[in-house]
Design a protein around this ligand. Structure first.
Ligand code: SF4
Length: 415
């Protein structure tokens, strides 16, 4: 039987919408991108828009697949991000999502009031009004407020010039001189020279504005309005398939908005349920049955572990849900199996996401260079505070990963 995750619908398929879809997937949502069959997206190397044309697209380490049957995708466990061209009301009726993110970034269009469409509706960018046409909004314009959550009132108006890339600003773009169907044989990542005809709209040639690499290019066959952005050329050597700063910060803003409204993200809720289920089956110490909240005697290190996590919870995460999760993690720390098993998560990757999304400052110290298993890292941090280097989790000696984790420890420390 499939495990159904909470659903999120993301409107749009360009770079910001795709970054949001990736972040929501890591947070534990089953994600559907709702967009039309011919998305007018330029930065397709940083987005899932090509799923509309090719059936699937990959970005970062994730795959997005075009689907025709929403319920079948849902019932199959929603393994990948889905791309649906179905009308939004049909998608919402099939999924009853707990979250809707409008990431269409339509610049001058005024969004309709969408607050009735899902329990939490988040609008990205100009023209959203938190409390007016969405519940919460996220700023997407460059500047200090990029990625910040707007709890009440409008977002900033559309303003400013594009952020330069090696000194190239708006002159690296081409805007459609006429309306019509865009035709091109080039692709993202191709090298072009200034003045080279790289596309046509009807009989009107579109020339490359610079010598460089194609980062933005409307897909062949997509109809455009006049003045719609259709080409972007960046200096040679620019990575045109990476997660860019603006989409990343907008996606972080969406996660912050969810924490602000809902507290824990789905992966955090799943970890708590996992600990309770393991405790009920006798796979964790008895105090885990109550997450350690009313246990008469807890291990001496339990409270300090909770304190470490609570001191470094995400800024928007309220005290009570953070404490539930910190207690669940502390309970798991006294298990005898791997952390992902004691939390009933799918593996180390999901455990890492759970820590990073709820206790980011704590997680950030487990750097790629350090790269400790999470239970060992918890006690490593606790040992630093207690002045007990190489403090060992109590259940590790029974673990099949002991040699890998503690093979570098002096014999005395392993005892
Ligand atoms: S020995 Fe390593 S892998 Fe095993 S439970 Fe301890 S920290 Fe985790």
């Amino acid at each position: 039987m499939s495990t159904l995750r909470p659903c999120a619908v993301v409107r749009g398929a360009q770079d910001l919408a795709s970054a949001v879809a990736c972040a929501l997937t890591d947070a534990g949502y089953a994600v559907v991108m709702a967009e039309g069959p011919l998305p007018a997206v330029t930065r397709r190397g940083q987005a899932f828009a090509d799923a509309a044309f090719d059936g699937s697209a990959t970005f970062l380490d994730k795959t997005c697949r075009r689907i025709d049957d929403i319920r079948a995708w849902r019932d199959s466990g929603s393994p990948d991000i889905a791309y649906s061209t179905a009308p939004l009301d049909l998608i919402l009726a099939a999924l009853t999502p707990e979250l809707l993110v409008d990431a269409r970034m339509r610049k001058r269009a005024i969004p309709e009031d969408q607050r009735e469409l899902a329990p939490l509706v988040i609008g990205l960018g100009p023209n959203f009004d938190a409390g007016g046409n969405c519940h919460l909004a996220v700023e997407t314009g460059w500047g200090e407020t990029l990625g910040s959550v707007v709890e009440k009132g409008p977002t900033r108006a559309l303003a400013g010039e594009p952020k330069p890339v090696n000194g190239w600003s708006r002159d690296r773009y081409v805007y459609a001189p006429v309306a019509g169907v865009f035709q091109t044989r080039l692709d993202i990542g191709d090298t072009v020279t200034e003045g080279q005809v790289i596309a046509r709209i009807g009989d009107t040639p579109i020339a490359a504005p610079k010598t460089g690499v194609v980062r933005g290019l409307i897909r062949d066959g997509v109809p455009l309005d006049v003045k719609q952005k259709c080409v972007e050329i960046v200096p040679a050597g620019t990575n045109v398939r990476m997660l860019a700063e603006r989409p990343r910060r907008a996606a972080e803003g969406v996660l912050a908005a969810i924490r602000l409204r809902h507290g824990l993200l789905p992966v955090g809720r799943k970890a708590i349920h996992g600990v309770l289920a393991n405790a009920a089956e006798g796979l964790l110490p008895p105090f885990a049955r109550t997450l350690g909240f009313d246990a008469a005697s807890l291990p001496g290190h339990f409270a300090p572990l909770v304190d470490i996590l609570m001191a470094e919870r995400a800024p928007e995460l309220r005290e009570r849900p953070a404490r539930w999760l910190a207690h669940a993690i502390a309970c798991s720390a006294f298990g005898q199996r791997h952390t992902w098993q004691d939390l009933r998560l799918s593996g180390r990757r999901e455990v890492s996401a759970m820590f990073a999304l709820h206790f980011p400052a704590f997680a950030a110290r487990n750097t790629p260079e350090l790269n400790l298993k999470w239970r060992r890292f918890l006690f490593h941090e606790l040992g630093l505070r207690l002045g007990v280097p190489a403090l060992m989790p109590p259940g590790c000696s029974a673990c099949d990963g002991f040699a890998e984790c503690f093979g570098d420890q002096p014999e005395g420390a392993k005892a």
